[in-house]
Write a protein that binds this ligand. Structure first.
Ligand SMILES: Cc1cc2nc3c(=O)[nH]c(=O)nc-3n(C[C@H](O)[C@H](O)[C@H](O)COP(=O)(O)O)c2cc1C
Length: 332
């Protein structure tokens, strides 16, 4: 069975191939999402979570976070908040930007977020969560999706998901951990399988997919429509492409030089995306260091690149560092 050939629809939006880049705060901004789409293999990319308070109070930073590129489509923008009225207004703001899907965050475990009833805090009060989702579904025409954990303290989210389905939610993404577990233990794929069995709408399984083999195993053992991947894409932005190649039987092990070259190419592409951002020198330097640092993990001579990052003072310096690393790899 080639699971990657099984595309599906979320409220009329085609997801092909059935792999999604998970929302990650401070990571999946338009530059990162655009890079992932360019490298290939992801059928959906989801934004970092954006505050409904920020959007509805016209906070500049929150509005900047709505930016997206046409090459990202289909693109999903995720919002979070504890105030039902602001959530519904925020969803309308997102829709007006012309994105394809609006996603609601019910997974964030951060104390400050849950204290306001947002993120996974929504899982403490099913009636309120259903109310928020119902208001949003009535308000916008684009598909509404929800990303959840399997519960607050215990794995009890299924009845809420059945309510969401009735209300008109177009798809669910489920991370198989409770809020209490945060990132400890393992994502519970058995619970994900149970959710998939009970719902008619598409389900993305999420949690602990690190390799192409893991992705196929998640399709096989849970029956999910799509696999959503977060942390593995931080180090290997080619993970989606690699999963497709593995599933299609076209995967081949890259030689050392080719592996270094393709990672450096991804780093350079990322740098050229951020270099044009106006008046954000500090931010660009921070991003250059962070993302090049991530992508250089696990490749030969990656440590040299990371050491070199300590001395850079601009994106141009980072580009030069990488060009030199590529020359060295080619000469080796
Ligand atoms: C740095 C980071 C930021 C995250 N930010 C968000 C977020 O904004 N919204 C969200 O729903 N989940 C967020 N998550 C959770 C991921 O989307 C995903 O559910 C989790 O990492 C498990 O999947 P994985 O094992 O593939 O990483 C974040 C995770 C990480 C590591």
């Amino acid at each position: 069975m080639n699971y990657l050939a099984r595309s599906f629809d979320i409220g009329g939006v085609r997801i092909d191939p059935p792999l999604a880049l998970a929302p990650m705060a401070e990571v999946t901004d338009t530059h990162y999402r655009s890079l992932i789409k360019e490298l290939g293999g992801a059928g959906l990319v989801v934004s970092e979570f954006i505050s409904a308070e920020g959007l509805t109070r016209k906070n500049d930073r929150s509005h900047e976070m709505l930016a997206f590129n046409d090459n990202e489509r289909p693109v999903s923008i995720q919002i979070y908040g504890g105030d039902p009225d602001r959530m519904d207004d925020a969803a309308a703001i997102v829709e007006a930007e012309g994105v394809d899907i609006v996603d609601i965050n019910m997974g964030c475990p951060v104390r400050k977020v849950v204290a306001s009833g947002a993120g996974s805090g929504m899982l403490k009060d099913f009636d309120k969560a259903a109310h928020v989702v119902e208001k949003i579904c009535r308000r916008v025409k684009i598909p509404v999706t929800v990303k959840v954990r399997k519960g607050w303290e215990t794995d009890n989210v299924l009845p809420l998901l059945l309510r969401f389905e009735q209300i008109g939610v177009a798809a669910i993404a489920i991370h198989g951990r409770t809020r209490s577990e945060s990132y400890t233990g393992a994502s519970d794929w058995n619970y994900i399988a149970q959710v998939k069995r009970e719902l008619k709408i598409p389900v993305f399984g999420n949690g602990d997919v690190k390799t192409p083999e893991d992705a196929i195993r998640m399709f096989e053992t849970t029956g999910v429509d799509g696999v959503m991947i977060g942390r593995a894409a931080l180090h290997n932005p080619f993970i989606f492409r690699d999963i497709n190649a593995y599933a299609n039987g076209t995967a081949h092990t890259l030689g050392t030089q080719d592996e270094i070259a393709r990672r450096i190419d991804a780093m350079q592409r990322y740098l050229s995306k951020i270099e044009g951002a106006p008046n954000m020198e500090k931010w660009k330097l921070h991003k250059a260091r962070t993302v090049v640092g991530w992508f250089s993990k696990g490749i030969p001579h990656g440590k040299d690149i990371r050491n070199g990052l300590q001395g850079i003072e601009s994106v141009t310096d980072a580009q030069r560092l990488l060009a030199a690393a590529l020359d060295r790899a080619a000469a080796a």
